[in-house]
Design a protein around this ligand. Structure first.
Ligand SMILES: Cc1cc2nc3c(=O)[nH]c(=O)nc-3n(C[C@H](O)[C@H](O)[C@H](O)COP(=O)(O)OP(=O)(O)OC[C@H]3O[C@@H](n4cnc5c(N)ncnc54)[C@H](O)[C@@H]3O)c2cc1C
Length: 596
């Protein structure tokens, strides 16, 4: 088994120096998040992740899940014990409101905690993650009665949660959804249809499962504006509110996948025996809006999966590179040295570390903005942060998952041939990571959202505001002789971003196909620059503390060098992405489909 050590020092640095933990703890409703409490939570989470979740990760991969002849799904050994401990420890409700049984802590505090869960056992963690996302949707859209019945059990994790969107003909395109719901005449509905790829659609880890299902009412308009959302429990509740009779919903198959073997991916059949009983959540035909609340929460969480898996792969590669002896020193000829000594391996490791830190800084900063958006008494400040979160949500999901995959891939390279064989365990992270750029909306769908809804619709206004903030940082960096070169580089990369933005805005109406052909490169460009901005801010904060003689000097100096490396070794991708955005769309559009 590969060891895991929670990167608490990096996490704490980003929380306090970049994401504004102190300011957030001063907001109304966030006062509990004192530095001592946050430090204690992170420490405990690190122990839980390393001691409970990491040890069962590999066996989950090896055993996978099994569908029995009588329709039960058996999860890997250790899953039940770990889930019970996880639930009893109150981890699921860390950021849920206290009135529903949560602990009401800011998202900024729960984000590093979830990163640790994903680092150590992503397949397991998908189960409680679904509860968090579902709770978010129910809080906003469910009736008071529904909240009283379902929400507390979802927040505590007593019952499991799922999200049911995908159907064989309706993947990225939910307008094609066919699952239907008919009023039963008593306030409930009967649901019929099939959903595929439903994570944790069936299992016996909890005594009930709350499915949230998208379906069409009989008179619903076509397309996404005709989708409604329903609560459909695995077991109907008896008079005391406990799981009673089995509902007409069953798992008819589970997928055999390249990764996340411990997470059952189920084909669910609704209504084979007269209709599955469900309750409408929110207004008819507005189900997708509510589902988007759940998906937005889940999308951010999937971005955190990217950072978490990358951190774990980086730790494994670093440990291997310190042990594996191979070759001679190119300059002195000295033999018997570990491979970290080779400049190429060292560059690879530094590049992994820089990307992990950039992802983490982007995600935690976005989590901090989320808290400000929800709690800041100044409406203008709250609104600015809400717009930043909206703009960057597809980047948090799309960029962090793509980069997470890259880092897991690079980790295998550090292992050489031992990376390709399963026994070292590194291959599992690579296989597990491959899904994250696909589910919760592929990178292509995230990029369409970014360019279409977040940029073109508001003519780039929020991105221009963000660029002004980045320029504010470059101006400050220019004042410091140690950091000035980082500022110059960041400024160049921000210019690349701005020129691509100008091109997108100029062509969004007349050459939309060209713009959309460059949407994924644009998403990468924005992620690359925002990640670099955050690492430049980290260098600034580290330098400030160095100058004041505070903290661990070697660590702080390494953060300045990390930002320098990112600007030279990662951020130049911004130029290539900007070129691709501006220049590649035309050839793509002109290339005839028949010519392939
Ligand atoms: C392990 C796993 C777990 C999952 N868990 C769940 C779950 O719990 N609940 C649930 O509802 N679903 C779940 N899914 C389904 C997942 O969300 C979908 O697979 C995903 O949204 C993509 O849909 P699709 O597979 O039909 O691909 P398609 O939509 O067919 O996409 C194929 C390709 O076409 C591209 N494409 C499609 N449309 C566009 C467009 N408009 N613009 C640009 N490119 C486009 C995509 O980017 C992709 O590259 C899961 C899937 C897997 C594999």
């Amino acid at each position: 088994m590969i060891d895991y050590t929670a990167p608490l020092r990096d996490m704490q640095f980003i929380l306090s120096e970049l994401a504004g933990l102190d300011e957030i703890a001063a907001l109304p409703g966030c006062e509990e998040a004192t530095p001592d409490l946050v430090a204690a939570i992170l420490e405990e989470a690190g122990k839980f992740a390393a001691g409970v979740l990491a040890p069962i990760n590999r066996q989950g991969d090896l055993q996978g899940c099994r569908l029995t002849a009588d329709g039960r799904v058996v999860t890997p050994d250790g899953w039940q014990e770990a889930y019970d401990l996880f639930r009893e420890s109150g981890w699921i409700g860390l950021s849920a409101p206290t009135e529903h049984g949560g602990q009401g802590l800011p998202k900024l505090v729960s984000t590093p905690v979830w990163e640790m869960w994903f680092s150590t056992n992503m397949a397991f963690t998908m189960l409680p993650q679904l509860n968090v996302s579902q709770a978010e949707a129910l809080q906003i859209a469910a009736s008071e009665d529904q909240k009283a019945t379902w929400l507390g059990k979802v927040v505590s994790g007593e019952w499991g949660s799922t999200m049911n969107l995908t159907e064989p003909q309706a993947g990225s395109d939910l307008a094609a959804t066919r699952c239907r719901a008919e009023p039963a005449g008593d306030g409930t509905y009967k649901l019929f249809g099939q959903k595929i790829f439903i994570s944790y659609g069936e299992h016996e880890l909890t005594p009930n499962i709350v499915h949230l299902v998208l379906a069409r009412l009989p008179d619903a308009p076509a397309g996404v504006k005709g989708l409604s959302l329903f609560i459909v429990p695995k077991y109907l509740l008896d008079a005391d509110g406990n799981p009673g009779a089995k509902n007409d919903v069953r798992c008819i198959a589970i997928e055999h996948k390249m990764g996340i073997h411990g997470s059952p991916t189920c084909t669910m059949s609704y209504g084979d025996e007269g209709g599955a009983t469900g309750w409408l959540v929110g207004e008819p035909n507005r189900g997708l809006e509510t589902m988007f609340i759940m998906m937005n929460e889940a999308r951010f969480g999937v971005g955190v999966q990217g950072a978490g898996l990358a951190e774990r792969a980086y730790q494994a590669a670093l440990a291997y590179a310190r042990e594996r002896v191979q070759g001679r020193n190119a300059l002195t000829g000295e033999a018997g040295l570990p491979i970290i000594h080779h400049p190429d391996v060292k560059r690879n490791l530094l590049s992994m570390r820089a990307r992990v830190m950039a992802m983490r800084a982007l995600l935690y900063t976005a989590a901090g903005w989320f808290d400000v958006a929800h709690h800041h008494p100044d409406a203008a400040q709250a609104d600015k942060c809400r717009r930043y979160v909206d703009l960057l949500m597809p980047v948090a999901k799309g960029w962090c998952t793509e980069i997470g995959n890259e880092v897991c891939d690079d980790a295998i390279q550090v292992f050489g041939g031992m990376g390709f064989v399963e026994e070292t365990g590194i291959a599992q992270y690579f296989r597990d990571a491959r899904i994250i750029t696909i589910y919760e909306g592929t990178t292509g769908i995230q990029a369409n959202d970014l360019v279409g809804r977040k940029i073109l619709r508001e003519e780039g206004a929020t991105l221009r505001e963000l660029l002004a903030d980045i320029r504010g940082t470059t101006a400050q960096l220019a004042e410091d002789p140690v950091l000035v070169s980082i500022g110059v580089d960041l400024s160049t990369h921000a210019e690349n971003l701005e020129s691509a933005l100008d091109w997108v805005l100029a062509n969004g109406k007349d050459n939309l196909a060209d713009v959309l052909a460059g949407a994924v490169p644009f998403l990468h460009l924005l992620g690359t620059v925002v990640g670099g901005w955050q690492l430049a801010r980290a260098a600034q904060a580290a330098q400030r503390r160095l100058a004041a003689g505070e903290g661990d000097g070697a660590y702080l100096a390494s953060l300045v060098e990390l930002a320098r490396f990112y600007m030279a070794g990662i951020a130049p991708r911004a130029l290539a992405h900007a070129e691709t955005v501006r220049e590649a769309g035309g050839p793509v559009s002109r290339f005839s489909e028949a010519a392939f």
